[in-house]
Design a protein around this ligand. Structure first.
Ligand code: CUK
Ligand code: CUA
Ligand code: CA
Length: 640
């Protein structure tokens, strides 16, 4: 293990000498992690001798003086908490959690009727799902840069995609993908492939990772399972179409011209066990020709699966042999690749090897030539395939021609130059494409740079999501925080700036300049059809056993000082916050009725519950809003 780095740096990266990780080496993989646990803390010493200390660079720092604002937003996937987290960068301060797939106690997500409608309910009114597993998040584009309209995030467990409005930073729609299990990669298109006037995102692509029977009626013969690649309309959030493929989808990326979407495939073997999934020496990166797929849908060349009405076109090998009509192209990539990322110069897609120590650079122009029948072999689209280190996963960019790839097994970030890698691949053995290596703590997964996946990549800050934090923070029992590290990427050498503990497990994130979003800090009353615009509309309105309570809040009082209902009533309580002042949020909690939610300035929210045992229940404001916050109460009197 001690010579690992030297070996990689000196062994010629010829195709014949590639050292794939085989099944036997999987044991080594686990051992590697264990060995790291015993590794003495190195104080973040850079991997390369001669990496200068942070002070010598001084270009960028994570330190902000009190009251100073961050210069970037970060949108972080929340992982098991099923939310999106908003961070300020470079400080790394967490500013907000936007609940999406999982109930949230602070805002009452999953408790209010409005949020339940977004999340989806069973016929009895209870939530369909209360767990989630978000991995990937990306935002809408215009002219190759973020336009601040939307962000999207996936839920792998239940194949749901959530949209976040970036004016209010709230989740406003959730769609479940039909006939998909393990929805993993997600990426919006960057413009329309046909209409040049549409220079912004109108579609979001979703990769299906687990193959299942289609339709999903139990069968043990895994060779019959298939995966679907889905396209969701960015505005309506309806599923527009799906593509039946061979193999599976993992991560997703899109070209800047809008023509292609790509997804790396680690299970072209279509295996059901991990040994089978890693039996082949090469897998693939699949490219989807968006315009052709939509022509096929228009021409009625599709089927449907089960009860779903979504058109499914055939993107399998067998149906796409002729490049001139092909909907898909499968470019061969070494063993179980992970991650596909589009470079900000708009020219390349980069797949990391995971079980191969390589990165594969695929040239967009060549893939398009193949679709035009001008490139005989798809392998000709591979511009480079070079060794970069062990366990490469995800890649970020600095806009200066360099790629930064996480090496899970090496616990490093490797900075490498794309054009030099191409030169090396073409035979220039003097081309030193590896620019720098930096130890990170430990076992990094996702990586992203400021503005990295846009044409405005600015190469300032790099964030790395380390899966293991081990000794980096105070011990807090068996469950460790993960370690999100911030790196100064502005110089030749990377400089580690800061560690940040995060609750597991975020996976993916994006970082963009703060002026790209224009958040509104107060709602408009008209945003809510059930708003109570005047305190005089307050009152208790009964229709049999169904009771509607209308109320407003204005610090430090609710418009009703008390209200009466009867035991067993189905009570719907609608609360409008008439305060207009920024940051003046009120809460509303009812003891013993499982009710607690907030209303932000000019927001309306409602809850429906069954009135319990007769008695007095002090409903109180849960959000500190006023000197008389504790006095801000109303009584619910439940009569027999
Ligand atoms: S996967 Cu997690 S480290 Cu779901 Cu994005 Cu690569
Ligand atoms: Cu209103 Cu506290
Ligand atoms: Ca494989």
């Amino acid at each position: 293990m001690k010579d690992k780095k030297t070996v990689i740096d000196t062994v010629p990266a010829g195709m014949a000498r590639r050292r794939f990780i085989n099944t036997a080496a999987l044991t080594g993989l686990t051992l590697g992690v264990a060995a790291c646990a015993e590794k003495k803390p190195e104080g973040g010493a850079p991997a390369t001798a001669g990496s200068a200390p942070a002070a010598a660079h001084g270009a960028n720092s994570t330190h902000l003086k009190p009251g100073e604002l961050d210069s970037y937003y970060g949108l972080w996937s929340g992982g098991h908490t099923g939310d999106m987290r908003v961070l300020g960068l470079p400080s790394g301060r967490e500013l907000l959690r936007i609940p999406c797939f999982v109930p949230d106690a602070l805002v009452g997500w999953g408790h209010t009727n409005e949020s339940k409608k977004v999340m989806g309910t069973k016929p009895d009114g209870s939530l369909r799902y209360t767990v989630g597993d978000t991995h990937h998040t990306h935002a809408s584009y215009k002219d190759g840069n973020y336009d601040g309209r939307y962000a999207w995030i996936n839920d792998k467990i239940n194949s749901r995609i959530a949209r976040i409005r970036l004016d209010y930073f709230v989740c406003d729609k959730i769609t479940q993908l039909p006939n998909v299990q393990g929805f993993h990669g997600i990426f919006p298109d960057k413009r329309d492939p046909v209409d040049p006037a549409i220079n912004y995102t109108t579609r979001v692509f979703c990769g299906g990772e687990f193959a299942i029977p289609l339709p999903n009626a139990g069968t043990e013969d895994a060779s019959k399972y298939r995966s679907l690649f889905s396209c969701v309309d960015a505005e309506t959030m309806q599923v527009r179409w799906q593509v039946l493929i061979d193999g599976n989808c993992d991560l997703v990326a899109t070209s800047y011209d809008g023509k292609l979407a790509a997804s790396n495939q680690y299970n072209t073997e279509m295996g059901a066990k991990y040994e089978d999934m890693m039996s082949a020496e090469r897998d693939a990166c699949i490219f989807f020709n968006i315009a052709r797929i939509e022509e096929a849908v228009k021409a009625g060349k599709f089927k449907t699966v089960g009860s779903s009405k979504v058109p499914v076109v055939n993107g399998t090998h067998a149906a796409n042999k002729d490049p001139k009509t092909a909907l898909t192209a499968y470019v061969s990539v070494p063993k179980n690749p992970h991650g596909v990322n589009a470079s900000p110069d708009q020219k390349y897609f980069i797949c990391a090897g995971k079980l191969s120590p390589t990165a594969t650079v695929i040239e967009l122009a060549k893939v398009l030539e193949w679709f035009d029948g001008k490139l005989e072999k798809l392998d000709g689209a591979i511009a480079a395939e070079v060794e970069i280190g062990l366990g490469p996963l995800h890649t970020a960019f600095d806009g200066r021609g360099n790629a930064y790839t996480t090496l899970f097994l090496d616990s490093q970030v490797v900075k490498w130059n794309v054009e030099k890698a191409i030169a090396f691949h073409k035979g220039d053995k003097n081309a030193k494409y590896v620019v720098d290596r930096l130890d990170v703590q430990y076992q990094p997964g996702h990586i992203n740079g400021s503005q990295s996946e846009t044409i405005a990549a600015d190469g300032k800050y790099l964030a790395v999501g380390c899966k293991f934090s081990k000794d980096r923070f105070l011990p807090v029992g068996p469950l460790h925080a993960e370690n999100e590290q911030i790196i100064d990427m502005s110089g030749e050498k990377m400089v580690l700036l800061a560690d940040h503990p995060v609750r597991g497990e975020p996976h993916d994130f994006i970082i963009f300049k703060r002026d790209l979003v224009k958040p509104k800090q107060v709602y408009a009353l008209d945003d809510f059809p059930n708003a109570i615009k005047d305190p005089k509309e307050s009152g208790v309105f009964r229709q049999g056993k169904k009771v509607t309570v209308k109320m407003t809040s204005q610090a430090p009082a609710f418009s009703l000082r008390e209200f009466k209902v009867k035991k067993g009533d189905e009570v719907t309580l609608i609360l409008t916050n008439l305060d207009k002042i920024e940051d003046l949020t009120h809460g509303f909690a009812i003891p013993n009725h499982d009710v607690n939610f907030i209303v932000n300035p000019q927001e309306t929210a409602s809850v429906t519950f069954t009135a319990g045992e007769p008695g007095v229940y002090w409903c109180y404001c849960t959000h500190f809003c006023h000197a008389l916050h504790l006095e801000m109460r109303t009584r619910m009197i439940v009569e027999a």
